[in-house]
Design a protein around this ligand. Structure first.
Ligand code: 5GP
Length: 148
């Protein structure tokens, strides 16, 4: 998929937003959804997406929507940090197939990191157990602070 293809309304995140397929949600509001990555690269890997936008990548996102996603990503990362106490974390965002992107609805990854735990490869991690993901999502959601 190039950087300039049309938005596919049947991409996996569009299906999650429509409720066509399940997702383990951390939190949502009218504009954004934070949910657990089902192939986590580390424990507590969360994805943040915009609900109303059909931007596939950073080039296409409306600046005001980007601001809301980034604020949501920061809010979620704060909750991840409090809930799981990683020693660090990465915010990842891939653009175009050649850039490593596999789902073409703009999203930001929050990947908690620990010095003694290797991060699994992007697109090579095994599928997580749904019950375990729900426990993590609840733990993270419990640490959310009010939106600023
Ligand atoms: P990208 O490669 O586009 O930056 O990231 C897409 C992410 O979506 C990957 O980390 C992948 O593990 C995740 N993913 C793919 N399919 C599903 C799914 O059905 N549910 C969830 N929750 N995550 C998915």
């Amino acid at each position: 998929m190039t950087l300039h293809a049309p938005y596919d309304p049947d991409n996996i995140f569009a299906k999650i937003l429509r409720g066509d397929i399940p997702a383990v949600k951390v939190w949502e509001d009218d504009d954004v959804l934070a949910f657990m990555d089902v192939f986590p690269q580390s424990e507590g890997h969360v994805l943040v997406i915009a609900k109303g936008s059909t931007a596939r990548n950073l080039l296409e996102i409306e600046p005001e929507v980007l601001a809301r996603i980034m604020a949501a990503t920061q809010r979620t990362a704060r909750a991840v940090q409090k809930a799981l106490e990683p020693e660090g974390f990465q915010i990842l965002q891939f653009n175009g197939e050649a850039g490593g992107q596999t789902v073409f609805h703009l999203h930001f990854h929050i990947v908690p990191r620990w010095a003694d735990r290797a991060m699994k490869g992007h697109g090579h991690a095994p599928m997580a157990d749904m019950t375990a993901l729900k426990v993590l999502a609840d733990k993270i959601a419990a640490q959310l602070e009010p939106a600023r």
